[in-house]
Design a protein around this ligand. Structure first.
Ligand SMILES: [Zn+2]
Ligand SMILES: [Zn+2]
Length: 358
């Protein structure tokens, strides 16, 4: 079957091959025909080595499709069922799951070290234990989450990572209060979702910060009250908050430099919510004095910062009610053979989300 493979970490292009096989099917597993997948920034971060990932591998972790086969012991799914892919399946029994924090369950990461594809040259890994830039994938049954009939595959794919991450950061983690001031640094698919989340929560001011003009324009359509380039942020802080800083600042880039800027842009006693996925060796510097004296709350948010399945259900309910716009997040569409075009659209910031239709 056909799949897009990265041969070595550091390469910037994927090769679309037709000699790949999805392997590992058996008890507790399902085989899925992928229909749509989004390109998330984490895919690029895994390709360039910012996020740890063995190679060769098939990127993609934000997908949806149909169940082809179910392994022994899988009782909650049937062949033909429409599902979205969750890259962080919860085991249901570990302490994190029992506390309702399934976004912190580590069970899924055990699979990430086991190749779930192969080709004549040898084993091929799937990114984060999934790998959706492919026609078929074999995953743990817990990675397959049934979706209602009215949710199209392209929308379901977005809910599988970016939208859940951004909305959840504003709603679950930061718990943005009505009437507050918010700045969102980084306005791709996740940042725009954080903007929509802040709007839903009733924020009075939502300042979108991004170097790319098309993203700033998009942010305004999705609910930002103002959109600025990064070099205008210090001035905006002065003008909008009288120099005090914003009640909430979302860092949606995943770099210590932007996190430091975000910290400085947060008011004393305010909340810095860290959403971007950064590197193991990129350290954020804070002095012990400022940490104590300014009492700024630093709240990291992983995969929406709450129970993942609950976050999905809430997103679907909000989408169905017309309270969040997911359709407009998909600015580009390509077939699997157009994957390198999609990577370029992500790197230049031209796309909020490119949907790869398979
Ligand atoms: Zn667990
Ligand atoms: Zn993602």
């Amino acid at each position: 079957m056909r799949a897009a493979v990265l041969h070595e970490i550091g390469q910037d292009k994927l090769e679309v091959l037709d000699d790949v096989e999805a392997v590992g099917f058996g008890p507790g597993k399902v085989r899925i025909r992928v229909r749509a997948t989004g390109l998330c920034h984490s895919d690029i971060s895994a390709m360039n080595g910012v996020l740890p990932q063995p190679a060769p591998f098939i990127p993609g972790h934000e997908g949806a499709g149909e169940i082809l086969d179910i392994g022994d012991g899988v009782t909650h799914l049937t062949p033909g069922q429409r599902v979205l892919l969750c890259w962080l399946p919860s085991c249901g029994t570990c302490p994190a799951c029992k506390r309702g924090q399934t976004q912190l369950c580590l069970a899924g990461f055990m699979n990430a070290g086991t190749p779930n594809f192969k080709r004549p040259g040898g084993d091929v890994f799937g990114f984060a234990g999934t790998g959706t830039f492919t026609e078929e994938v074999v995953v743990d049954a817990g990675c397959a989450v049934p979706i209602p009939d009215d949710v199209p595959f392209d929308i379901a794919a977005l809910i599988g990572c970016g939208v859940t991450t951004g909305l959840g950061a504003a709603i679950n983690t930061a718990k943005v209060e009505a009437g507050s001031s918010v700045a969102v640094i980084g306005c791709g698919g996740v940042g725009i979702s954080a903007i929509q989340g802040a709007k839903l929560q009733g924020a009075a001011q939502i300042i979108a910060v991004d170097p790319v003009e098309s993203r700033r324009e998009a942010a305004l359509r999705f609910g930002a009250t103002e959109a600025i380039a990064p070099d205008a942020l210090a001035d905006a802080k002065q003008r909008i908050t009288a120099g005090e800083g914003f009640d909430y600042v979302f860092e949606v880039v995943g770099k210590s430099a932007t996190a430091r800027t975000a910290y400085e842009t947060t008011r004393r006693g305010g909340t810095l919510c860290v959403v971007g996925a950064g590197a193991l060796d990129d350290y954020l510097q804070l002095s012990m004095f400022e940490l104590f004296f300014d009492e700024k709350r630093i709240l990291p948010s992983m995969y929406g910062g709450g129970d993942v399945l609950t976050s999905y259900e809430r997103t679907i309910a909000l989408w169905r009610a017309g309270r969040v716009d997911l359709e407009s997040l998909i600015t580009h569409r390509v077939p699997l053979t157009g994957i390198n075009e999609a990577l370029e659209q992500m790197r230049t910031g031209a796309a909020l989300r490119t949907c790869i239709e398979i």
